[in-house]
Design a binder for this molecule. Structure first.
Ligand code: 5AD
Length: 347
């Protein structure tokens, strides 16, 4: 295949996606990265959107083979932040000028429909922010209530769209069910964030190509592509981490295929590579998600090993992150950074 021609095509077939993911020569990979950067600039501009994350509970009723928060992991200290703590942290993030708050937790039924609605409504009353929820699979009636309470976005990763692998990674749960939740969330007007993990055991390049095509078919507003990092006290604790290079290639191809979506440069990538954030931002990413979970909780949200920044003071870490973004010549956005697609959303 002629790489230059391929990189200029508006649509890529699965074979072409696989070809790009398998590029090996440094100069070819660099061409892919440059093209992704160019497309990011054309569709999203040079601004980096910030999403302030609050990991408010690490209780989880799920059993994902790769995740340190899985219910069977009795080695971590579990915590739940109170509604007041969550709302105060959200106000603090808003006072720093960040216009999106991500409320993230394990799948934790302790926070019932009304409690989450109360938290969303209270934050919306006292700040001018967009709210993303990342709470796992919950009831369809709950999604609706939270939309009405004022939530704007929902993050639910497809993780892997190979049904066999999905069921292996998630203790026999069904991919079909997961995708159904994503479809429903979309149908009631949420902006959708999804994504997958690169380098999980048994995963092939072919699977990654299918995952990218699925993100395109779902017409997601945000696509998060991060590397697998083994987590202690999980069945995958001794498996190899995902490759930084393959993660970067996957992010770049995702930008080529999806074009006008948000793509974060993930903390997982920054954990595996000292310059992970910068590298991600230079291969198609346009979002970063600084972690504002307060001490002592932030050390306890152990999705995977050695997560970068958990010992840092949240505000100091945020300042460092801002400096890193500006050093590579990118601007920090001061808008909510809504979807590039959703014309119904007020900006
Ligand atoms: N490595 C990388 N990402 C992980 N996640 C969970 N465990 C890991 C891991 N070991 C990601 C999943 C999940 C999100 C909360 O974190 O994609 O959706």
């Amino acid at each position: 295949m002629d790489l230059d021609k391929l990189l200029n095509k508006t649509e890529l077939s699965k074979e072409e996606i696989v070809y790009l993911l398998e590029l090996e020569k440094k100069e070819d990979i660099q061409k892919l990265f440059n093209k992704a950067d160019e497309i990011r600039s054309k569709h999203c501009g040079d601004e980096v959107h910030l999403r302030g994350v609050i990991e408010f509970s690490n209780y989880c009723s799920q059993h994902c083979m790769y995740c340190g928060l899985r219910e069977e992991n009795f080695s971590i200290k579990r915590y739940r932040m109170t509604a007041e703590e969550i709302i105060e942290t959200a106000k603090h993030i808003s006072n720093l000028g960040i216009k999106t708050i991500v409320l993230q937790s394990g799948q934790d039924g302790y926070y019932d429909t009304d409690m989450i609605s109360f938290i969303i409504y209270s934050i919306k009353q006292s700040t001018d922010v967009a709210i993303s929820l990342s709470l796992g699979e919950r009831g369809f009636d709950e999604y609706k209530a939270w939309k009405i309470a004022g939530a704007d976005r929902y993050l639910l990763k497809q993780e892997s769209t190979n049904p066999k692998l999905y069921s292996i990674y998630h203790c026999s749960q069904s991919l079909f069910e997961r995708l159904n939740h994503i479809k429903y969330l979309k149908s009631i007007g949420f902006q959708i964030g999804s994504g997958n993990i690169i380098g999980l055991p048994l995963q092939t390049i072919n699977d990654i190509a299918d995952d990218i095509i699925s993100l395109k078919e779902f017409d997601v507003d945000m696509a998060a592509i991060g590397p697998f990092i083994p987590s202690d006290f999980t069945p995958y604790q001794n498996k190899k981490p995902g490759s930084v290079e393959l993660t970067l290639k996957s992010m770049a191809v995702t930008r080529l295929v999806l074009k006008n979506v948000h793509i974060p440069s993930t903390t997982a990538l920054d954990t595996l590579d000292e310059f992970g954030r910068e590298k991600g931002l230079s291969v198609g990413a346009n979002v970063v998600m600084p972690n504002f979970t307060p001490h002592p909780y932030r050390e306890q949200y152990i999705i995977y090993k050695n997560k970068r920044g958990v010992k840092d003071n949240p505000d100091a870490a945020y300042n460092k992150l801002q400096a890193r973004i500006q050093t590579i010549g990118r601007k920090l956005s001061n808008t909510k950074g809504h979807s590039y697609k959703n014309s119904l959303t007020t900006h």
